[in-house]
Design a protein around this ligand. Sequence first.
Ligand SMILES: *Cc1c(COP(=O)(O)O)cnc(C)c1O
Length: 428
Amino acid sequence: MTVTSESSLAISGGKPAVTEPPGDLFTWPIITEADETAVLEVLRRGGMSGMDVTLEFEQDLKQWFGMPHVLCHNTGTAAIQAALWAVGVRRGDEVISQSMTYWGSSLQVFSLGATVVFSEMDPNTLTLDPSDIEHRITERTKAIVPVHYCGHPTDMDPIMEIAERHGVKVVEDVSHAQGALYKGRLVGTIGHVGAMSIMSGKSLACGEGGFLVTGDQEIYERAVAWGHYSRTGKLENPDLKPLAGMPLGGYKYRMHQLSSAVGRVQLKGYRERMTVIQDAMNHFWDRLEGTPGLRAHRPLVASGDTMGGWYAAHGLYRPEELDGLPVSRYCEAVNAEITSGFSVRGGANPLMHLHAVLNEADIYGDGKPTRIAFADRDLRQPQGSLPVTESLPERCFSIPWFKHYRPEQIDQYAEAFRKVAENAEQLQ
Ligand SMILES: *Cc1c(COP(=O)(O)O)cnc(C)c1O
């Protein structure tokens, strides 16, 4: 094939595909005067450590999710830890989750004296593969933590069915997927409790913060008792009442009110902004339909699933269609086409099961790695134990996360990915 000026890759001196500067195409969160006013109001009256704005934010969130209980936290990590304790995860217990995720999905189990067992992931959704879970359940398994990874909803129906059958609770990690739908239902409202981060990188962004949402009053009250000492006076559970006044976890998880103030404003506009992002991201993938080596990481429209705000958007990479071109080399060539505004990388979060913290670290001085300090067997998972998950760093890549629907500009980015894939032989 002759190399024309259109097909000559920027990495070898051709013309880059993206010529327009990005402007605010990627800027997030979108801050307006309403956010500024809300923050200044709290700041000027010295209300940072109060509760009034946070309680209002909880009301907004209950309405948004259509759920009776929401509890705001100072981080998503804290909300997930509280949720795990509240569903009954205790010393020696096991939690099942996925290995490719931000560590805050499950690493908190160590602070509960519990441990994590990683289950395989579905290579197309990058979420838990329901067919690999059941054989990992033991009498010590207390919870499953599905992560709606990079916005993609986990296949929840079979997971709920397995959980019910084994008396295991489901804690959804919704940090990547606020507003995403699974078969038309909001993720976070399907498991026994949904917990999530809303730190400012996330698609619903408040600053630093997180919350949990649940239909179960017992779970809600236990989470209050765990990390919200100033709210324990209102608990109805007779087991918790005598303990009121001090947090059972020894943690203080109250949300900073500059965060809840921003969160309230961001939530008001979230549905609308999410729709714009969905239009933009779907436009990007529609343009790339049929490109060798590339697959969209998104559900079929007919499934009733959506990607929420497409947090940390990724694509699926199929190197066998590109003569085995490594994803890192592919991304390097795409970055040369993009030149400014966004750089992409192969892979996603580092795999948890291969990290030293999950294998060697003795964090609490038990004389054993913390992962197995209270376990009844060596449940560590060495290299080779999760072949599908371990193949994923070579089989996905980050893509630009568009915050505005500007088709002509987005087309240039899509062209960068298409051009490199269609001319991959120039990189061999
Ligand atoms: C961001 C994130 C968290 C933790 O949230 P923080 O608010 O940063 O503590 C948990 N799980 C996932 C998947 C995340 O991306």
